[in-house]
Design a protein around this ligand. Sequence first.
Ligand code: AMP
Ligand code: MG
Length: 397
Amino acid sequence: MALTPLSDALERILSDVEATLDYDTVALEAASGRYCAATINATLSVPPADNSAMDGYAVASHNVPGTLAISQRVPAGHAPLPLEAGTAARIFTGAEIPAGADTVILQEDAEAGEGQVSLPAAQPGQHIRRQGNDIQPGDELVAAGQRLTPQDIGLLASVGLDAVPVFQSLSVAVLTTGDELREPGSGDLDPGQIFNSNRFTLAAQIRALGMTVIDCGNLPDDPDQIGEALERAAAEADCIVSAGGVSVGEEDHVKSQIEQRGALDLWKLAIKPGKPLAFGHVAGTPIFGLPGNPVSAFITFALVAKPWLIKRQGGRLVPTLRFPVRAAFSITRPGTREEFLRVCLAGSGEALRATLTGSQSSGVMTSLSEADGVAVIAPGTTVAEGDWVEVMLLSTL
Ligand code: AMP
Ligand code: MG
């Protein structure tokens, strides 16, 4: 089987994903991390009126320099009276500018006396935050499909909204396969066993996308049990993510069970780590059959399943940020697959360096856990120390 470039696989997988239309309107308090279901425009101005950026005196600029009577005191939250001609208003940060004043003079630059104040000359408009300077009615605040951040939530609150429509979270079933796998907490390992890590990594990756995990546990390498579990998962979930059992070995039953109970595309992706990847459906529910090696499972989830899930969730797909960093390593034998090397970053600016975190074997989790990002190396590339390589941060994967 020929190797499929990642970009080709992604194009195929993403071409016919339909975004969910189901949404709920939720309180802002519950909306962080959810995918906004509609574009939201402002209906009012922020600030709603001109207000002072400083503590000081609001005056008409043509009256200064000079000594002016203090005709009113305007703390934040209290409506001012129109400014009496030829006077100053004592004003505080966030307080509305009285009609008739066009500038604010810092209290540090003023000499206050009994009921009056001496003020220097001032530019019109200084230290005034203009009405609508941040937001004007009609401005787009968040777009449909945007994943709401804490700062977006604050932005929505700033125009007086207390609820927002968000897409209903996808339910994603996670199942792992392998006779050798033992659940953490279930006692000591017997000979031949290892602990199941993928179930935890994948569930955490799914939850980090704001989606709900349906934990289907681990299945032994038995075709019927795997097939039945896949059908149960298909009945409940919007998508299934499995790990293991998609290579060409005799004990790799996930692939054949997807084929029997639905339809399957199997790729050998031209990426390292992460070669075998199954995509298809079981009883109409899409499934990603990821490789079992822990780093391969993590990387293929991040690079392939995640974009699909975000698109299905109604989210906006934005290309993962890549930026150039100088390599503190070399590659003398070029690979045939696009490689994602685990690196940590140190230094800044031109001195920023990407250092390999250790063994790049697809079973080694320590070098993934230690990494800040992955350096993306195109097939056929050699790298000398000091060459520029492109890095993607794991926090964005
Ligand atoms: P497989 O894709 O099932 O052939 O598995 C490839 C390698 O990954 C084998 O060494 C498995 O033991 C290991 N592996 C598979 N699934 C898991 C898992 N859930 N947690 C940890 N290692 C796994
Ligand atoms: Mg296996």
